[in-house]
Write a protein that binds this ligand. Structure first.
Ligand SMILES: C[S@@+](CC[C@H](N)C(=O)[O-])C[C@H]1O[C@@H](n2cnc3c(N)ncnc32)[C@H](O)[C@@H]1O
Length: 411
């Protein structure tokens, strides 16, 4: 069975008990991914990596990504004047691979830094948290909720790799020049012939024809919160201009703004480093990108139907980096810089690692595999094209004037 019937039932129940018999797409996505028992990330359905996974990330290509990031964190600590305790707060740590690569590297190369380092993980998925705890049992890592970190308590760096794309997004459609929100409702077997007053925009059934679960159908309606329209003031997009066609559809990630507000509040002095795929707002909301960026990942294949494989597939949306920058600004985070992952890793030493490959004693097949992985991290059409946004808070002028290595221009 390639969907989770208990999850479908829980969603249908939520819809039937909601006042208007519908839930926002953001709530649907939140349940599908993070329902406490049956969500993709909460149950054992989530599968990352090459072997039998739904998708892979930079951390599945070996230790290099983590080790080069580790170099950047070390420089941050130096810029801050080598404080006696320095926090790294990793948010959305997946299988704990990145943490293990970073911590092993410090153990081998910089034990003095490891002694002052406090590594916290914020992880929403109970099953992934369990996997992280097993993998990292030899390291002094602590797990906590972001909300439970006291305000203004962290000196160090909050960081994430592919967290923000996994946060639930609202969806909207332009109808006669108006922003209308996409909602999800049910269309049970019995009322398929009778649409009532539902103004449906799409109709999908869960993938198995034998499903006893209700089908989910999209309807549009007024915006559920004024924050959705305000978002476009924030990022400087005006749908009355630039020739947006009727039916233009895209996403808004309010959860990312909420997340960044909390991070900014908890950070006293240091950095926020966000790595993800995405665009600045003017590219994100380009009139030609008329169907948005929502993607579903299932067994390394991607498609754009979030109403199949329910609870068994990942759903993501690209990140609007303009929103993170401008919202960060409002929350007291200064933009330090924005670059692409490929450039970021090159200046941190990926180029030297590639050059050193031929001097390493490895079999030809190992050598080729590693070379391919390193090149994949750089590929501008893939992982190398990801955005790296660095923001800061509470830095003195002298500290601000010291460029972060990863943001310098490669020679
Ligand atoms: C796409 S995976 C990326 C995992 C890992 N960073 C990597 O690069 O392989 C997204 C991760 O974020 C976690 N996550 C999603 N929403 C979260 C939230 N609000 N707080 C903490 N973790 C969250 C998921 O459970 C998962 O571990």
């Amino acid at each position: 069975m390639d969907y989770n019937p208990a999850l479908c039932a829980a969603i249908a129940d939520r819809i039937s008990t909601s006042p208007q018999g519908r839930i926002s797409f953001a709530e649907y996505m939140d349940m599908v991914l993070y329902h406490p028992e049956h969500g993709y990330y909460s149950s054992n359905a989530v599968k990352l990596g090459f072997e039998g996974g739904d998708f892979f990330t930079s951390v599945h290509l070996g230790n290099d990504f983590g080790e080069l990031l580790a170099e950047q964190f070390l420089q941050m600590w130096e810029i801050l004047g080598q404080p006696e305790s320095f926090y790294l707060v990793e948010m959305g740590a997946g299988q704990g691979l990145l943490a293990s690569h970073i911590l092993h590297y410090y153990q081998q190369q910089y034990p003095d830094f490891l002694a002052v380092l406090k590594y916290l993980i914020v992880e929403k998925s109970p099953s992934l948290k369990q996997e992280q705890q097993q993998r990292l049992q030899d390291f002094p890592v602590q797990w906590c909720n972001l909300e439970d970190i006291p305000a203004n308590s962290i000196t160090g760096c909050f960081f994430s790799n592919e967290l923000v794309d996994a946060l639930p997004v609202h969806q909207f459609i332009l109808e006669a020049g108006e922003l209308r929100e996409v909602y999800v409702t049910t269309w049970g077997e019995g009322d398929k012939g009778d649409k009532g007053d539902k103004e449906d925009v799409a109709f999908f059934t869960p993938s198995s024809p034998r499903t006893p679960a209700p089908s989910f159908v999209e309807v549009t309606g007024e915006l559920s919160t004024s924050r959705l329209a305000e978002y476009f003031d924030l990022v400087g997009i005006d749908f009355a201009q630039n020739g947006y066609a009727d039916g233009y559809r895209s996403e808004i990630n309010l959860a990312a703004l909420d997340w960044l507000s909390i991070v900014a509040d908890r950070l006293q002095r240091g950095y926020v480093l966000t790595i993800d795929y995405g665009y600045p707002a003017n590219r994100y909301y380009n009139p030609r990108r008329s169907q948005g960026t929502l993607k579903c990942y299932y067994h390394h294949r991607h498609h754009d139907n979030p109403y199949v494989n329910i609870g068994q597939q990942d759903i993501t949306a690209h990140v609007d980096f303009t929103a993170l920058e401008r919202w960060g600004d409002r929350c007291g985070l200064d933009k330090v810089g924005f670059t692409q992952q490929g450039l970021f890793l090159m200046v941190l030493g990926l180029g030297s690692r590639i050059a050193a490959l031929s001097h390493q004693e490895q079999s030809i097949s190992q050598l080729l595999r590693r070379r391919e992985s390193l090149h994949e991290l750089l590929n501008p059409l893939g992982l190398g094209g990801f955005g790296v946004l660095v923001q800061s808070k509470g830095l003195k002028e002298k500290e601000l004037s010291q460029p972060l290595k990863g943001l310098t221009v490669p020679e």
